[in-house]
Design a protein around this ligand. Structure first.
Ligand code: PFF
Length: 468
């Protein structure tokens, strides 16, 4: 296959940190801890870890190897390998296009909180009703979304090596240090409530780490498994063309197998540390009940926890939201980059021009999503039983519906049409060994497609494996 010269990462570290930048986002910092608290603490952790080294590894390897071997974006890569499978590239493109519409909205929310801690010390953010009144207001969410999108767009405009890589090289190591510092701080907390009961950070850590089998039936176990699986997809940014695009920027001499292990470890490590930082803190100040607040954990419960910490809470809150904003930024960059890179090839336009056009379209779409909490407000029941507004609907269609569908087709394509050997050859092409190749071949042919089909049927509401 002819390989052409195009944008690239300077080397392995640049690739690993940029891909980790895409993987580490609000999913790790907010969604993972919330799921762990809801799904049996250590039990969820064990299941998630097993899934990372089996399913996560398989899907990530597939995406990156397809990208590097074809040196194409998702939209063209499948067609280049096999003309009949061209459609899969187009379906794949839909996912980042959909995610882009709401990820920048969430980025805007995080930016708003960061500003609240910078200007008013976070006291307004801790007030009852702050979050709801902010997201339902007409102008403010749109302004913050535009701000967040403008920064994202600027970095993508600068290109791969000067923009994305340079930014990720600075931000990602800093992120790890901050998250570790807050996690250690969380463990040192103690609080005595009105009833005289004292709770400590270490007890909170046990809530997080100890596997809880309370009320775990076969159905509940499957539900936890499905929660962990969809979290894994979203977190690793697989099956949405992003890792194909980043893979296409990786130089041929890079040891892919080692880089992929590092990305898996980075992503899972940050998610684990985020749990260590959030769960003990929420436990100390609000007990186990505080964690039941689900999605509002980050925007409603945590500001209250920071407030309860007293003066130091303002600083911790500020650092926390700065960190989340950067994590969201590197993820949003990867989504915009994928859209821009695909469209550059499709329309034969320059990066700068495509970046501007797509940013404007994304801003318009994201403004509509912001209005999903006022002008276009509706409530809808999803097949998984949850009640959704416009933003949740986009999230559901892209993550729960399209992602397993694309993963299933990709597994069939790679496992049975092109055959695993094609991927394994690419993994070994730099002369480095691909240690888990037997596991890979088995997973991509047999286990992953079955699991993806189950996940898809469940999400589409076609077959209720887990009765709700
Ligand atoms: N992986 C990111 C997170 O965990 O927040 C989210 C994400 C990034 C999703 C990029 C999709 C994507 F294309």
């Amino acid at each position: 296959m002819g390989k052409k010269k195009k944008s690239s990462f300077s080397g392995s570290i640049g690739f690993v940190l940029s891909a980790a930048g895409s993987a580490v986002g609000v999913g790790n910092i907010w969604r993972f801890p919330y799921l762990a608290a809801k799904d049996g603490g250590g039990l969820f952790l064990i299941i998630y870890l097993v899934l990372v080294v089996t399913f996560g590894f398989t899907l990530l390897t597939t995406d990156v190897a397809i990208g590097r071997r074809t040196k194409e974006n998702a939209m063209r890569a499948f067609g280049v390998i096999n003309e009949k499978w061209k459609f899969l590239g187009y379906v794949t493109f839909l996912v980042p296009a959909l995610i882009m519409t709401y990820y920048s909205v969430i980025g805007g929310w995080v930016t708003r909180y960061m500003v609240a801690y910078m200007t008013a010390g976070g006291s307004e953010a801790a007030k009852d009703g702050f979050f709801t009144s902010f997201i339902t207001s007409n102008v403010s969410p749109i302004v913050f979304m535009l701000l967040f999108l403008a920064v994202t767009s600027f970095i993508v405009y600068r290109g791969v090596e000067k923009g994305i890589e340079q930014f990720s090289r600075v931000i990602m190591p800093g992120l790890i240090l901050l998250i570790m510092a807050i996690a250690v701080f969380s463990l040192t907390l103690t609080c005595t409530d009105a009833s005289g009961a004292t709770r400590t950070g270490m007890q909170g850590l046990m809530v997080y780490l100890k596997p809880s089998f309370e009320g775990v039936t076969a159905e509940r176990f499957l539900e936890i498994l499905l929660d962990a699986m969809s979290q894994l997809f979203f977190s690793l940014s697989v099956s949405m063309g992003i890792m194909i695009t980043y893979g296409s920027y990786v130089k041929d001499e890079v040891n892919l197998s080692r880089s992929l292990s590092q990305i898996e470890m980075f992503d899972t490590g940050v998610a684990f540390l985020a749990g260590m930082m959030i769960i003990p803190a929420v436990f100390v100040f609000s007990g186990v009940e505080g964690m039941a607040s689900g999605p509002s954990l980050m925007f409603v419960s945590l500001p209250k926890v920071f407030e309860a910490m007293g003066g130091v809470g303002t600083i911790v809150g500020l650092i926390f939201f700065i960190m989340v904003a950067f994590a969201a930024l590197t993820s949003c960059i990867s989504i915009l980059e994928t859209l821009v890179a695909n469209c550059m090839e499709l329309f034969h336009q320059s990066r700068q021009k495509m970046c501007l056009i797509i940013s404007v379209i994304s801003a318009a779409a994201a403004a509509v999503i912001c209005m999903g909490y006022n002008v276009f407000y509706f409530e809808m029941k999803l097949p998984n039983g949850a009640t959704a507004q416009l933003l949740d609907l986009m999230d559901y269609v892209s993550n729960s519906f399209l992602m397993p569908f694309i993963s299933f087709l990709t597994c069939i394509f790679v496992g049975w049409v092109v055959k695993p050997k094609w991927i394994i050859e690419e993994m070994e092409s730099s002369g480095h060994p691909f240690g888990r190749k037997k596991l890979y071949a088995f997973m991509i042919r047999y286990v992953t497609p079955v699991m993806m089909a189950v996940l898809f049927l469940q999400s589409a509401g076609i077959w209720n494996v887990v009765a709700k």
